[in-house]
Design a protein around this ligand. Sequence first.
Ligand code: GLY
Ligand code: MN
Ligand code: MN
Length: 430
Amino acid sequence: MRYAPIERQFFINNRKKLVNELKPGSLSVINSNDTMPTNADGTMAFRQNNDLFYLTGIEQEESILVICPSFREEKKREILFLRQPNEHLEKWYGHKLTKEEAQAISGIETVLWLPEFDAMFHHLMAMGGTDYVYLNTNEHYRSEVVVQTRDARFIDWCQAKYPLHTYQRLAPWMAKLRRIKSAPEIELIQKACDITEKGFRRVLKFTKPGVKEYEIEAEYVHEFIRHGSKGFAYTPIVASGKNNVVLHYIENNQVCKSGDLILLDVAAEYANYNSDLTRTIPVSGKFTARQKEVYHSVLHVQREAFKMLRPSMIYFDYQKEIEKLMESELKKLKLITDTDIKNQNPENPAYRKYFYHGTSHMLGLDVHDVGNMHDNVQVGSVWTIEPGIYIKEEGFGIRLENNVWVGEKENTDLMKNIPIEADEIEALMN
Ligand code: GLY
Ligand code: MN
Ligand code: MN
């Protein structure tokens, strides 16, 4: 493992919390992700299903967790099914988990090999006091999944074989648990933020006119990986010049030119937990007066947002407040006028020409993490704060993004050590 082992009590607690949410007579099944194909015999790097990781710490493919809390034999109330290691697997792919190793990682006493699944599952379904079967689906509000997941295939199989059990959605309960971060998770996200900081500081020293966007990407990933991260938390955005205003620009193939800004939405993962940083820096090491003016507006909005994103708020009301604030900044910057506002179409208000995305999302095992956005902002949740102003006609855009942990009394900026003041950025670049 590249990261220090996570205390198994964390996973034990997560399973306890889940069981407390479910109806009596429940049985839950969570499958690992598939190893995704590329072309021919190629595969992508394996990424564990985040719910399975959250409940077990197991990062191996083809793993299944079954939780059946009312089963009479205590030892079978939690069972982890794994691929059985063999000589061939060992020779081609290296070590697979032994039962003892899986027990040590997850705190689950009963670990069985996959061929035993069908018989044991039948036993639990028929004799486990099982009335409600909780199965897992991807219900993320922005998901556009066209491939069938292992969980989805399992649902088909299970409902065909056991049509008269009562089926329930696991996803809302997983999302409810995962949005509140416990101490080990905050440590891991903080670690991801700290690795990201190292990458950003390196890039500040490296950047100068003539470098290519992908050379900057390479600086980041070298710094991330050498500090124990598996790499980028998401496809990095290194957008110079007019590409600043394209929210999901990922080509990263342009030459950075003096006078332009580079928008860097680049961050590291650590132990499957993510950070999410954006900074916007001048290629030459010096902002123009106009760039600085816009920069200060974005920074002002970010700092106000930091005070506003509190448990008294529902996300969508907070977003409305930020939009009002943005409107007044855009007026000061002479980008919109009172007349524009007076005549605006409420469906497409004037500010939206320059600020066209949400200000915050939850962050954790998913970069856009799970959790109900219609509830109040929860104590213990982690959010990004990422306002931006994008001025196509002036050839630049600026976004600034930090990660914030919402505490009972106050918010903690997990990126407080990452330079953000325009003057500090300039000083570090020169
Ligand atoms: N990096 C993705 C985002 O900021 O939401
Ligand atoms: Mn980002
Ligand atoms: Mn973000």
